[in-house]
Design a protein around this ligand. Structure first.
Ligand code: ACM
Length: 278
C-alpha cells in the first residue's frame, strides 16, 4: 500500500490558490492514501471568530470537500485533509476523509492548541476508525499527539494507520510520534506545514518535518523544516495487526486496568484497596 503526505506553506485566506496548488501536486502522484496538513486551505493564524466563520466550510457540501471527493474519484485515492468546518454558526478544526466512493467522514479536533480555543469549538464527536480496504485508518489532528490516549484509542479500535494532519509549532512532536507508533504498533503519517504567519503580535513558525513512521518506530521518511514536499512510501499495513511484543507480551491485552486507571479518583481508590489487602 502506498501512503504519502503533502508538506505545504498555505497563503492565509487564499483558499482557491491553496486548494488548486495542493490538487495540482496530488494529480501528479500515485498513492492509495494521502494526508494533507491541518487547515491546509485557509492557513492557521486567525484573528477573529468572524474571520474563521468567513473561511470555514460546511462538510460535506463545502468547496474543499466537494473538490477532494472529485479528485479522490479521479485518482482512485483516499485523502485526509484539514480544514475549518462550519456548522450552525460554530466552527471546528476538522479533517475530512474522502475516497473513490465519495465522502467518508469528518473528525473534529478534540484538543485545541492555544488561541485555537478562541476560534473553534472542541470536537464533539467520537474518534472513528474507517476500513478503506487496504487498511483501517484513524484520524487525529496536530496537538492531539500530546494526549497519548487518542492514539491508543485509535489503536484499540483497530487502526493500522493514524493519519495526522498538523500545523506544528512545538519541536517535540516528530520524536513523540515515534513513541506513539511503538507503544501502539501502528503506522503514522504526519502531514505538517512550513513557513511563518505573523498575523498577530506573536508570529508562529511551523516546523515542517512531516514524516511517515512504522510500528517499530522506523522513520520511513522525514521531510525538511523549510521546503514544500510531497512523499509517498510503500508500507504493509498488516504489520500493525501483530500486537505481540514477545510471545508472552501482547501490547493491548497486557494492560493493567485493575491498578492503572487514567481517572485519578479511580486510581486512588484502587491503590487504597490494594494497600488494605497487603
Ligand atoms: C497545533 O495543534 N496546531 C499545534
Amino acid at each position: 500500500m502506498k501512503v504519502g503526505f503533502l508538506q505545504t506553506s498555505p497563503l492565509f485566506g487564499k483558499k482557491d490558490e491553496n486548494i488548486d496548488k495542493a490538487m495540482a501536486t496530488i494529480q501528479s502522484l500515485n498513492a492509495d492514501l494521502f494526508v494533507l496538513p491541518e487547515l491546509f486551505n485557509t492557513g492557521y493564524q486567525f484573528t477573529s471568530r468572524e474571520e474563521v466563520l468567513a473561511l470555514a466550510e460546511r462538510v460535506p457540501d463545502g468547496q474543499t470537500t466537494r473538490a477532494f471527493v472529485k479528485l479522490s474519484k479521479e485518482r482512485g485515492m483516499y485523502i485526509v485533509a484539514g480544514l475549518a468546518e462550519r456548522e450552525n454558526g460554530r466552527c471546528y478544526n476538522s479533517s475530512i476523509l474522502v475516497g473513490p466512493d465519495g465522502f467518508i467522514g469528518c473528525y473534529r479536533k478534540l484538543h485545541l492548541f492555544y488561541y485555537e480555543k478562541q476560534w473553534f469549538e472542541p470536537g464533539n464527536r467520537k474518534l472513528a476508525v474507517y476500513d478503506i480496504g487496504k487498511a483501517k485508518v484513524g484520524v487525529m489532528i496536530c496537538f492531539d499527539w500530546f494526549f497519548p490516549e487518542v492514539a491508543r484509542y485509535l489503536a484499540v479500535e483497530g487502526a493500522d494507520i493514524i493519519c495526522h494532519p498538523a500545523n506544528l509549532v512545538l519541536p517535540y512532536c516528530p520524536q513523540a510520534m515515534i513513541t506513539r507508533c511503538i507503544e501502539n504498533r501502528v503506522f503514522a503519517v504526519t502531514a505538517n506545514r512550513i513557513g511563518t504567519e505573523s498575523r498577530s503580535e506573536e508570529p508562529l513558525t511551523f516546523i515542517g518535518t512531516s514524516q511517515i513512521v512504522g510500528p517499530k518506530g522506523e522513520i520511513f521518511y522525514r521531510a525538511s523544516t523549510d521546503r514544500n514536499e510531497a512523499m509517498v512510501v510503500e508500507i504493509d499495513p498488516k504489520i500493525a495487526r501483530d500486537k505481540n511484543i514477545t510471545p508472552m507480551n501482547h501490547l493491548l491485552n497486557d494492560r493493567r486496568f485493575q491498578v492503572v486507571s487514567s481517572r485519578t479518583e479511580d486510581f486512588k481508590n484502587k491503590l487504597g484497596c490494594l494497600r488494605q489487602r497487603l
